[in-house]
Design a protein around this ligand. Structure first.
Ligand SMILES: Nc1ncnc2c1ncn2[C@@H]1O[C@H](COP(=O)(O)OP(=O)(O)O)[C@@H](O)[C@H]1O
Ligand SMILES: [Mg+2]
Length: 242
């Protein structure tokens, strides 16, 4: 049996025995992530839109990113129902809350993320929704995951600005406010900003400031979604003051 055969076998077993949509597998000393296509039942479709279309979009986007030499995880194997991806390290949200990691290492990862996002935009590519959990750091390199929201039509300065707003917004949600890590990412992004994307993001936030007012009652609620609503005025302030 070749290495490829045994990998295919492992993947088939993993898909048959573990129902999770994304699962981690250790194979021949290597960590592998398997993402499966979900069969869209009616309930799932109502809750999450069409997961089948999302899977196809992501598979297509991964190939496009590889063609453009953009930093997406390497595809180790694929079928109509699954993708097996090389490990890209740990997502930024995990690094942010890990007390084992030194502040200096966390800041280094966020500097790298700011640089990687600016480099992506300099090449006129938008991610679509760069949340912290979809940006991985392996100690040397940033890799963007989860390309379900990637669309070539968003590869515009406006699309880059939306990436930047979403990144900042999500980091404020996860960090429950401004953190030295997010600040590091913003500084590096701005130092490498390819085309005054910051200015565009700022203008968009200025235009959207009414959102803060209409969501005020929800922001004052406790727990749950309130965390996200509370990050709205913080996001607007980051771009207004920057
Ligand atoms: N190639 C990879 N390298 C490292 N972690 C991964 C990889 N693929 C998935 N993961 C982990 O699994 C999580 C979910 O994968 P993701 O592709 O974002 O799927 P989902 O659509 O469920 O968000 C990620 O946030 C990350 O923690
Ligand atoms: Mg994800």
């Amino acid at each position: 049996m070749t290495d490829d055969d045994s990998l295919t076998q492992r993947i088939a077993t993993a898909l048959a025995t573990n129902p999770q949509r994304v699962q981690r597998l250790d194979h021949a000393g290597q960590t592998i992530w398997i993402k499966r296509r979900e069969t869209p039942g009616l309930l799932l479709r109502l809750q999450k839109g069409n997961p089948d279309a999302a899977f196809k979009a992501e598979r297509h986007a991964l190939h496009e990113w590889h063609r453009m030499r953009a930093p997406a995880p390497k595809i180790l194997a694929e079928g109509t129902d699954f993708l097996a991806l090389a490990d890209s390290g740990r997502p930024l949200n995990a690094l942010l809350s890990d007390p084992q990691i030194t502040t200096a290492d966390r800041i280094e990862a966020f500097h790298a993320a700011g640089r990687a996002l600016a480099a992506l935009h300099a090449r006129q590519i938008s991610h679509g929704r760069p949340s912290l959990k979809d940006i991985c750091w392996d100690g040397q390199k940033i890799t963007f995951l989860d390309l379900e929201r990637y669309a070539a039509r968003r590869n515009t300065p406006q699309g880059h600005a939306m990436d930047l707003v979403m990144f900042v917004f999500n980091a404020l949600v996860v960090g429950r406010g401004m953190t030295p890590e997010l600040n590091a990412a913003i500084q590096t992004y701005r130092a490498n900003d390819p085309d005054n994307i910051w200015g565009l993001a700022r203008a968009w936030c200025h235009k959207m400031r009414w959102i803060d007012w209409i969501t005020k009652p929800v922001q004052l609620r406790r727990g749950g979604k309130a965390k996200e609503f509370k990050a709205i005025p913080l996001t607007l302030a980051v771009f207004a003051n920057g």
